[in-house]
Design a protein around this ligand. Sequence first.
Ligand code: 13P
Length: 287
Amino acid sequence: MLVSASEMLKKAKEGKYAVGQFNINNLEWTKAILLTAQECNSPVILGVSEGAGKYMTGFKTVTAMVKAMVEDLGITVPVALHLDHGSYEGAKKCIEAGFSSVMFDGSHYGIEENIEKTKEIIAIANAKGISVEAEVGSIGGEEDGVVGAGEVADPDECKLIADLGVDMLAAGIGNIHGKYPANWAGLNFEALDKIQQKTGTMPLVLHGGTGIPADMIQKAISLGVSKINVNTECQLSFAEATRKYVEAGKDLEGKGFDPRKLLAPGVEAIKATVKEKMELFGSVNKA
Ligand code: 13P
């Protein structure tokens, strides 16, 4: 059974740890993350971007696959299926399709429009017990072809959005998606502290979890971050493990061309990455 992210994030905020959101792209990815969460006895959020949803043929397919996999694998830790950076229409589609959580990213609208649209999504989602993530201050980098400049969120605007009744709030604090450039200034902890003071018990979300040094992750958690998103790092470890396998020529030997064998090293690499993150985020044995 899928659960909303609300309860697991409340517990994380109180317990001063963070739940990882790991984005999925296919069956192998999903299986690797679910098995690792179970092994680590950790709650987990499976993130689905609109592009990944399309790739997997649609949100209904994704919901059906994840629900069935949770059952068939005997997963007992809390699992939320969450739309990542959803548009207004995308969020509505995922609510219909049976997702247990959605992000409505209205950060590219003016604050009034962001508030109005976020309110509408909250009303529809809450009626079905689905949790909602909103965003203030765009996260930099590229995601699904959309490039954001990355800005630091205004604490007062964060408070306005938090008060609408969202379950979690993504606030830009200098974080970006993908690899961080060599001259990256680091996370803006002063801004995070102000946002946390204004928003109180609201679980805060840190996007762009790939490549943030461990000490910064821990400091962010101590300042109220309760959900951390990781996507690129799983993709990189999957690609690297697959490349090594192919370069070793194993795909051509014996039955090495069998997709189950070909994809196995990548799956193991994702498992290792997810486990490492769950340990760093402090969510192990918090299910
Ligand atoms: P990374 O791809 O940088 O890990 O960021 C993931 C993310 O924030 C998804 O919303």
